[in-house]
Write a protein that binds this ligand. Sequence first.
Ligand code: FES
Length: 108
Amino acid sequence: MSDRRLVRLAELEDPGSCSAPDDELGELIVVRRGGAVWAYRNVCPHTGAPLDWQPGRFLSVDGLHILCALHGALFRIEDGSCLYGPCRGEALQAVPVSVREGWVCREG
Ligand code: FES
């Protein structure tokens, strides 16, 4: 199994997010809540646009959702599904990740 290191868990706020480059998938959204992490391609399902409201910042002010600042769309952190906004019912493309030796790593 080959794991690709994306970011150190300790570098992520809790809750927090960052962007991370991936050679195959382009830029990824990495989200942390406690010891849990998730990653998605940084591609909105309805326009293909990146979601950052500031470079590498993806969470709503309350830290409960991934936010598209352009449209106010909200995505569930746990599965990337759009709960509110123009792409409601669609979902971000999930990328499997895990924490190994203090690093968030892409699996596969
Ligand atoms: S770009 Fe799709 S919700 Fe904003």
